[in-house]
Design a protein around this ligand. Structure first.
Ligand code: PBG
Length: 329
């Protein structure tokens, strides 16, 4: 005789809903969006179906639409032409640059939106690296850590001045959280938050994002600053440093191949854990769905749910708008 029959808790939708442990809400999402200079532009990113680079005028319309769907947080990335890039990412802290102006306009029109920015040199760097490239001998990519901090500090301060609510350092330089925290505090931006890309791997899943920004490294790779996908213990070191340096959120990136890392972070730290469901994860599901190989909506929901179940409270995802549309129906 069977005493325990786990299937009883799965016998109807009502009971399945009662015992469901993890749920997703629009509240959990940050929607990454792309802006470029100009007006009247909406250009689709080839490797990310349904995701666009918008000029600011159209972007504002799009933000209105996603805000009406219940999305309250966005993360904005700029797409700069090659002509605006240099070795020192100078454009990143030019007060007249379109990215900073876009931040101010968004904040002015949508004060209730939590506006997150990206701090790293790659969108503005002629080398396509997140840090300043030195003259390393023996052909290794030589990224100058402490010299980069100075540039990141200027970038973060410019973004905070433009109205950013959450600064997102994605560069993986050592010490950047404390460095940026101090600059923000010294300048009176004690209320501006920092979401650290604490645990960011050197991943192939960023490919479509680099298409979106034309930001792929011109030489070498990012393995001297982004983490080795084989490692999880380093995640704890990065997390401890970020906590000590004043981070408000700890992020793991990518998400889907790193659910164990998300869980490790959630088990070890009390700050809210975020996970970045990156461009390649989005592209995989979209491509398979377009081929009729997967049910795109169901695969999306399962992927997002698994990230939440692993321990992420916050999910940065290109699926945020589609998820919100599904929830609204
Ligand atoms: C750049 C940055 C990257 C992403 C966010 N910020 C790419 C990279 O490190 O090369 C990737 C996001 C995605 O793939 O969706 N510092």
């Amino acid at each position: 005789m069977l005493i325990s029959r786990p299937r009883r808790n799965r016998k109807s939708a009502a009971i399945r809903d009662l015992v469901q442990e993890t749920t997703l809400s629009v509240d959990d999402f940050i929607f990454p969006m792309f802006v470029l200079e100009g007006s009247g532009i909406k250009s689709e990113i080839k490797s990310m179906p349904n995701i666009y680079r918008f000029s600011i005028d159209i972007l504002l319309e799009e933000i209105k639409e996603v805000s009406d769907l219940g999305i309250k947080s966005i993360c904005l990335f700029p797409n700069y032409p090659e002509a605006k890039k240099d070795k020192f990412a100078t454009e990143s802290h030019n007060p007249e640059t379109f990215y900073l102006k876009a931040l101010s306009e968004i904040k002015e029109k949508f004060p209730h939106i939590a506006l997150m920015t990206d701090v790293a040199m790659d969108p503005y760097s002629s080398d396509g690296h997140d840090g300043l490239v030195g003259n390393g001998a023996d052909g290794l990519v030589d990224i100058l850590n402490d010299e980069t901090l100075d540039i990141l500090g200027k970038m973060a301060l410019a973004q905070a001045s433009a109205g950013a609510d959450i600064i997102g350092p994605s560069d993986m330089m050592d010490g950047r959280i404390g460095y940026i925290r101090k600059i923000l505090d010294d300048e009176g931006f004690t209320n501006v938050s920092i979401m650290s890309y604490s645990v960011k791997y050197a991943s192939a899943f960023y490919g479509p994002f680099r298409d979106a920004l034309d930001s792929a490294p011109k030489f070498g790779d990012k393995k001297t600053y982004q983490m080795n996908p084989a490692n999880v213990r380093e995640a704890l070191i990065e997390g401890q440093l970020d906590v000590a340096e004043g981070a408000d959120f700890l992020m793991v990136k990518p998400a889907f191949s790193y659910l164990d890392v998300i869980k490790t972070m959630a088990d070890n730290f009390d700050l809210p854990i975020a996970a970045y469901n990156v461009s390649g994860e989005y592209a995989m599901i979209k491509a398979a769905a377009q081929n009729g190989w997967l049910d795109g909506d169901k695969a999306m929901l399962e992927m997002l749910l698994s990230i939440k179940r692993a321990g992420a409270k916050i999910i940065l995802s290109y699926f945020a708008k589609e998820f919100a549309i599904l929830k609204n129906h």
